[in-house]
Design a protein around this ligand. Sequence first.
Ligand code: ATP
Length: 386
Amino acid sequence: MAEELKLDNLKAVKVLGKGGMGTVFLVQLENNNSHVALKVVDKSSSHHDAPRRARWEMNVLSRLSHSHPFLPSLLGSFHSQNLMGWAVPYCPGGDLNALRYRQTDHVFSPAVIRFYVAEILCALQHLHSMNIAYRDLKPENVLIQQSGHVTLTDFDLSRTLSPSVNIPSNTTTPPPSRKHRRWVPLPLPLHAKNKNPKPARVSPVNRRKLSFVRSTSFVGTEEYIAPEVLRAEGHDFSVDWWALGVLTYEMLYGTTPFKGTNRKETFRNVLFKPPEFVGKKTALTDLIMGLLEKDPTKRLGYVRGASEIKEHQFFRGVKWDLLTEVLRPPFIPSRDDVDATTTKSFAAGLDIKGYFQSLKSPPSLPPSPLRSPSFEFQNNVSLPEF
Ligand SMILES: Nc1ncnc2c1ncn2[C@@H]1O[C@H](COP(=O)(O)OP(=O)(O)OP(=O)(O)O)[C@@H](O)[C@H]1O
């Protein structure tokens, strides 16, 4: 049961990350000295949809709580007049994208890819079994727990599928199984009037910024969007299998398969360009090809969901029931990293309300060569450490 948190009692140690919707703080709990991640959303944020999406994310988290080892649990929540927020377990290992950038050549070995993709697959399988499509799979949303196992984060784009079905007319598979449930198309980015299209990302830092694009366009991160979403045909759980293919490709090659020089080109590539593979065919490239099938009804996972993907030869030998008992995941955050993280920044604790107030009232004084203490404070608190 998630506890009711009192904002005035919460002191943030640092800002962990900042997304389109909210700011995530590292918070030390007073009673037991442990750390949690607290996502706080300003209800009066310029993002008009923020409170609704925040309530939805909290709702999903409460349903997920303690249901799967690779999904977060809602530990507590609060509502104040202007802010709302919730706490989930802190993942000190950062995200999969940052981890990949720390590797030689910015790629993972097939063995490491197998570990992470297997865990993500299990997390998605569990979500789908609850009729939830995640719709925002990307390496930045895969966090590494203290144990080295993964946790998915950021559920504001997820959706529960309605029982209404939109079955492709040419299918011979019997309705109405879960896989055929679809929901109405999202706004179509290709047709959307965007006077100022943002370029496709070229670095993790740019991709972080792109989440603002994603938040407003509400369709997912551009390089991870499935073709059926772009075609506005209605989409189902298979969008997550597509994104899993993009993620797996990126872990293998260090770049996403359909990235263009601008958004339009990226979308054209998603719709029409086959993914390119370097070197000889392997079980891993075969898996990626199956996931990156442009027709969702032919995509690996369409017919039997995650079980179908688990049977792929790339996962041969994986003991699915024992994944959580793998004692040595490929990377385990060191205690030193965690301690360093938590002891720097705000030894005395950062007042969360004050943080949001400072964002609303930027200093109006002309720039001075001498930085005032308040200027320093603002710089420190408003920049996520990415
Ligand atoms: N449990 C956690 N442990 C550690 N860091 C976290 C945790 N949850 C979130 N973060 C950090 O905060 C960042 C932002 O979180 P999140 O993606 O949930 O916010 P958001 O506002 O929904 O972002 P987006 O614009 O991508 O929707 C994450 O990328 C991650 O770096």
